[in-house]
Design a protein around this ligand. Structure first.
Ligand code: NAP
Length: 301
C-alpha cells in the first residue's frame, strides 16, 4: 500500500514526488514514458526562476533526478483504470494493480489538432506539432505556424532560424501571446503574420504542397508551403478520473481548489490537467508540491 501514487512524469509529477519523498510518504510515480512531459518541447526556457536559460529537457531531467534522490518508486507503466473503494484508491496498469491512500493526478495535456481535411494523411509529411522536434527538416524552406497564442509564437521563434520564410496564420486580428515574444516576432524580416484567417484544408499527395485558406491571402485562397506547424493549444488528459465522479470544467479540465484538492477526498490534481488558467512549468511545479503537502496532511489526519 502506497501513501501517494502520482500519475504523470512531467515536471509537475516529479515536483510532487520530490516533496512527498521528503515528507517520508511511501510514493510511486506512474508514467508511460520518461520523456519529461510537454516542457521538453521548449528549446529555451527563460522564465523558470533561478535559470536564466535552460532547455526544457534539461529542466525536466533535473527535477526528475532531484526527486529520485528521495525514496520514491518510479514505474514506466500506463495507467488504465483508477478506482476508489472506501478510502483506498486502486490504480490498474497492464502490469499490475497498486493501492494507495491518496492520488496526485498530473497527466497534463495533449496537443489539439485542427481536424481539417488532409491533416491526418499529411501528419509528419509536412504537418507537424512540435517545431523543436521537426524544424530541422525545413532548412531554407517556407513554413507556417497556425495559432495566435504563446505556443504559436514560440514555434515561430524556433522556425525563424531554420526556414527561409515563416507565416503565422491566426484566426483573429492580433496575436495574443506574451508581449515580449510578439515584439520579437514583429521585428523579424522572415516572419509574417496573416490575421483573420483559418486553414481549411491541407493539400498534397506524398507531402504537403499547400493549404486552403478561408480568407484569400494576396488574392489567392491557396498558400504554398513546405511545412505547417499546428500550435492551437492542448486538450486535458482527464479521461481516467471521470469514473470517480471528479468535477471537470466545460473543457474537461479537472476542477481544483487552491490546495490542489479535487471534489473527491484524497484525490489531488496539479499542473496543466487542472482548470487553473495560467499554465507554466513553474505553476505546475508549485501546484504539484502543494498537492504533496495536502496529501501529507490528509494522511496524517
Ligand atoms: P492557447 O493559449 O489555448 O492558444 C491556442 C491558440 O490557438 C489561440 O490563439 C487560439 O485562437 C488558436 N486556436 C484554437 N483552436 C483553433 C482552431 N480550431 N483553429 C484556429 N486556431 C485555433 O494554447 P497555447 O498557446 O498552447 O498555450 C497554452 C497555455 O500554455 C497558455 O496558458 C500559455 O500561456 C501557456 N504557454 C506558456 C509558454 C511560456 O511560458 N512561454 C509557452 C507555451 C504555452 P484564439 O486566440 O482565437 O482563441
Amino acid at each position: 500500500m502506497y501513501d501517494v501514487i502520482i500519475i504523470g512524469g512531467g515536471v509537475t509529477g516529479f515536483a510532487a514526488a520530490l516533496y512527498s519523498g521528503r515528507f517520508k510518504l511511501k510514493t510511486l510515480v506512474l508514467t508511460g514514458e520518461l520523456k519529461g512531459g510537454l516542457i521538453t518541447w521548449a528549446k529555451d526556457v527563460q522564465n523558470y526562476p533561478g535559470f536564466e536559460n535552460v532547455s526544457g529537457i534539461e529542466l525536466a531531467k533535473k527535477i526528475e533526478d532531484h526527486a529520485r534522490r528521495y525514496d520514491v518508486d518510479v514505474k514506466l507503466e500506463i495507467v488504465q483504470e483508477l478506482n476508489k473503494q472506501g478510502s483506498i484508491f486502486t490504480v490498474k496498469t497492464a502490469e499490475g494493480v497498486y493501492e494507495s491512500k491518496t492520488v496526485i493526478f498530473a497527466t497534463g495535456t495533449k496537443v489539439r489538432t485542427l481536424k481539417a481535411p488532409g491533416e491526418d494523411k499529411l501528419k509528419n509529411k509536412g504537418v507537424h506539432y512540435c517545431a523543436l522536434c521537426d524544424a530541422f527538416a525545413y532548412n531554407g524552406k517556407t513554413v507556417a505556424v497556425i495559432g495566435g497564442s504563446d505556443s504559436a509564437v514560440i514555434e515561430s521563434l524556433i522556425l525563424k532560424d531554420v526556414a527561409k520564410k515563416v507565416y503565422i496564420i491566426y484566426r483573429k486580428d492580433k496575436l495574443r501571446a506574451e508581449p515580449i515574444n510578439v515584439e520579437k516576432v514583429n521585428k523579424l524580416d522572415n516572419v509574417e503574420v496573416i490575421t483573420n484567417t483559418n486553414v481549411l484544408e491541407f493539400i498534397g499527395e506524398e507531402k504537403l504542397e499547400k493549404v486552403k485558406l478561408d480568407n484569400p491571402y494576396k488574392g489567392d485562397e491557396f498558400l504554398k508551403l513546405d511545412g505547417v506547424f499546428v500550435a492551437i493549444g492542448h486538450e486535458p488528459q482527464s479521461e481516467l478520473v471521470k469514473p470517480l465522479g471528479v468535477k471537470l470544467d466545460e473543457k474537461g479540465y479537472v476542477e481544483v481548489d487552491k490546495d490542489s484538492k479535487t471534489n473527491v477526498e484524497g484525490l489531488f490534481a496539479a499542473g496543466d490537467v487542472t482548470n487553473r488558467k495560467f499554465k507554466q512549468a513553474i505553476t505546475g511545479v508549485a501546484e504539484g508540491v502543494t498537492a504533496a503537502y495536502w496529501a501529507f496532511n490528509y494522511i496524517q489526519k
